[in-house]
Design a protein around this ligand. Structure first.
Ligand SMILES: Nc1ncnc2c1ncn2[C@@H]1O[C@H](COP(=O)(O)OP(=O)(O)OP(=O)(O)O)[C@@H](O)[C@H]1O
Ligand SMILES: [Mg+2]
Length: 265
């Protein structure tokens, strides 16, 4: 296992390290030790520890500007100006809030963009079908709706067959209905693919419906976490989820709204 990682992210070259991480059941997909990332002398991530098990779905909450995207970029290998130790699978993929499709390439070519080797169109078609976009394979990105573009972005992540899927507020720009469909899709994809997921979101309910574990980032570290011990599909009206929701909102410094009282005149 690679261990010495100052100012550098170290990636496993072969298969994932089959190491038990203390406190976690199963193997590790992500192992972060004493991670620090500073901008202009200010540590946005400050001695952070994090483990994600193989196939585990983890949601990451935190106030705006607390460092969630910074952490995701480090795990994705897009930022190597770090101190500490970061172990991630070789195969990982990221989807951001904005789908970032190239307007001059058809959807299927966007899906294959940057993939090593010379994967054929059929590979893109399979992934697009998996996200319900089999009928838009030849479309131009500008003709896609917001939800479709986001699904194309997910397909682009899936063709990488990731062991770790990093999602940075992927549903943030979607309307409420499309968002629910997209959440269900991610839940299904995760169950089918079995990859580890780290989902950054501002939506506490989304986190509780999807994740095995919900983390709260604050002060440059993972300041709080809850485990969501419920089978799926989940019901947000479940008393356990309501209790966890209050706990998480409290940690985020938001007072949970009182349940509505219905009065009959
Ligand atoms: N390249 C950079 N140069 C300087 N400062 C940066 C850089 N990238 C991020 N920061 C700062 O680091 C802090 C954390 O940013 P980050 O984008 O990780 O926050 P976030 O938790 O994702 O917020 P949000 O919920 O609003 O997306 C912010 O104060 C931001 O201004
Ligand atoms: Mg962010």
């Amino acid at each position: 296992m690679a261990t010495e990682l100052h100012r550098q992210v170290n990636y496993l070259k072969g298969e994932l390290e089959k190491e038990k991480v203390a406190g976690e059941s199963g193997d590790a997909a992500v192992r972060v030790r004493s991670l620090t990332r500073s901008f202009d002398g200010r540590a946005v991530i400050d001695d952070l520890q994090l483990d994600i098990g193989t196939g585990e779905f983890v949601a990451l909450l935190g106030r705006s500007g607390c460092g969630k995207s910074t952490l995701l970029r480090v795990l994705a290998g897009l930022d190597r100006e770090i101190e500490g130790e970061v172990l991630v699978p070789r195969r990982k993929a990221v989807a951001f809030q904005a789908p970032r499709l190239m307007p001059w390439k058809r959807v299927w070519r966007n899906v294959l963009l940057g993939l090593p080797g010379r994967p054929g169109r059929a590979v893109a078609e399979r992934a697009l079908t998996e996200v319900g976009l089999g009928h838009r394979v030849d479309a131009w990105p500008k003709t896609l709706s917001g939800g479709e573009a986001q699904r194309a972005s997910l397909a682009r992540a899936l063709v990488r067959e990731p062991d770790l899927l990093l999602l940075d507020e992927p549903f943030g720009a979607l309307d409420a209905l499309t968002r629910i469909t997209a959440q269900q899709l991610v839940g299904e994809l995760w169950q089918r693919r079995g990859c580890a997921v780290l989902l950054v979101t501002h939506d506490v309910e989304e986190a509780l419906l999807l994740a095995d574990r919900v983390l709260v980032m604050d002060g440059g570290v993972i300041a709080h976490q809850v485990r969501v011990d419920r089978d799926r599909p989940r019901d947000i009206a479940d008393p356990l989820l309501a209790e966890l929701r209050t706990e998480l909102l409290d940690r985020l410094g938001v007072k949970a709204p009182e349940p509505a009282v219905h009065k009959v005149a």
